[in-house]
Write a protein that binds this ligand. Structure first.
Ligand code: NAD
Ligand code: MG
Length: 393
């Protein structure tokens, strides 16, 4: 039996992975090692019991008693806190899904790569904040990273065994999110509830808002660059409202191979789970005749300044990815709390980048986790400073 761990099991990606495990035999078919979650203790305990996990971990130390109670009599260990999550990642497992949201997903993912494990990576922040470090640790330890972000899974599949030198261009698509068709002058007043709806994908709230601001696509541009080692100029974004084509690889001879599928993350998760094989997955088959037409438009950088910031970050390299992400996470917290407006998020991130560019070491890629987390903290402080000066308008 293959052994499996899931970090962020109670989130949107985690639930989709759980669904795939249950449908393919559950505890009878999979040896589940560790599951982690956040505040939803009852759901975490329910999943751990159903899959007969060895250990369940909540990110919050104050909830350890609740988790212990919820797991009473099951024989499943209950642990809590970021260190416990990292320790759980050290437990041997054949396949680990990284599905925590935010930079908090980086430490356990790195631990998996350090022990040479296979890491299915939904947590895009891992490569955005520490791409050079993460790819180096994976290479040194013979660890396999399997992309789970749908665009990156699509590139991975379209690329196949092709030599990366034969690739002229990689295109990732974007639905355009909640505000794709809004008049620009209404964006300033967009509310959290409005930004938290997505036309095609059902996802966690943070990535849904990031889709509306295009910070999600900004992160994905950087993720593409780091994972595939493709030059930034070769990576394109195409707005594709139907979300059927997820990515396209164009070769030097002018031919393009696109990856199509229903917008359902169980495809990318299931592909990574069964790689290099394929399995039957509970994903709707495409009916292109019923769809009739697929449409495309060029991205508008006035509407979505996050795309320009991603280009600047890729050009800068060094700690820029960690700074962009940390500042974005803080700005998103500030938007969620009503301290800044929707359009202020990009302003706060740009200010943090301007601010930290001047600090010593910015142009050096972080070589260890502590350095990444230090830039992450400085970026959050800088963005929080922007909110303190400009928020509450
Ligand atoms: P989510 O908010 O639905 O779930 C996040 C999970 O992480 C939950 O289990 C939560 O308890 C846990 N978590 C939150 N903060 C934590 C912390 N500080 N420490 C430890 N655990 C914490 O998020 P999601 O939509 O499932 O996204 C997860 C990751 O996958 C993100 O990086 C996202 O960008 C990426 N991703 C998601 C989708 C999608 O369809 N949802 C698609 C592509 C990539
Ligand atoms: Mg994606």
């Amino acid at each position: 039996m293959r052994s499996i761990s899931i970090f962020g099991a109670t989130g949107s990606i985690g639930e989709s992975a759980y669904d795939l495990l249950i449908r393919s035999g559950g505890a009878e078919a999979w040896n589940v090692v560790a599951l982690s979650g956040g505040r939803n203790i009852s759901r975490l305990a329910e999943m751990a019991r159903e899959l007969r996990a060895e250990v369940a971990v909540t990110a919050y130390p104050e909830l350890v008693d609740d988790l212990t109670d919820a797991l009473a009599g099951s024989g499943i260990a209950a642990e809590a806190g970021a260190d416990a999550i990292a320790r759980a990642a050290d437990r041997p497992a054949d396949w680990t899904l990284s599905a925590i949201v935010g930079a908090a997903g980086l430490p356990p993912g790195l631990r998996v790569l350090e022990r040479g494990g296979a890491l299915a990576l939904a947590n895009k922040e891992t490569l955005v904040t520490a791409g050079r470090l993460v790819m180096g640790v994976a290479a040194r330890n013979g660890a396999q990273i399997l992309p789970v972000d749908s665009e990156h899974s699509a590139i991975f599949q379209a690329l196949g065994a092709e030599n990366i030198d034969n690739v002229a261009e990689v295109t990732i698509t974007a639905s355009g999110g909640a505000f794709r068709d809004w008049p620009l002058d209404r964006l300033e007043a967009a509310t959290v509830a409005q930004a938290s709806t997505h036309p095609n994908w059902a996802m966690g709230q943070r990535i849904t808002i990031d889709s509306a601001s295009m910070f999600n696509k900004a992160l994905e541009l950087i993720e593409t660059r780091e994972f595939f080692g493709i030059e930034p100029e070769k990576i394109k974004v195409l707005v594709h409202p139907e979300s059927i084509i997820h990515a396209m690889v164009t070769h030097r001879d002018g031919g393009s191979i696109a990856h199509l599928g229903a917008p359902d993350m169980r495809h990318a998760i299931g592909y990574a789970l069964h790689w290099p094989d394929r399995a039957d997955l509970p994903v709707a088959r495409l009916d292109l005749a019923a769809l009739g037409a697929l449409t495309f438009r060029a991205p508008d950088e006035t509407r979505w300044p996050a795309l320009r910031l991603a280009r600047e970050v890729m050009a800068a390299g060094g700690a820029a990815g960690a700074v962009l992400n940390g500042a974005k996470e803080q700005a998103l917290d500030d938007f969620l709390a009503g301290r800044i407006r929707f359009t202020d998020m990009a302003r706060a991130v740009e200010a943090a980048l301007d601010d930290l560019t001047r600090q010593p070491g910015f142009t050096t890629s972080p070589e260890d986790l502590a350095t990444v987390l230090d830039w992450d903290q400085r970026a959050r402080q800088s963005a929080a400073g922007w909110t303190a000066r400009h928020g509450g308008r």
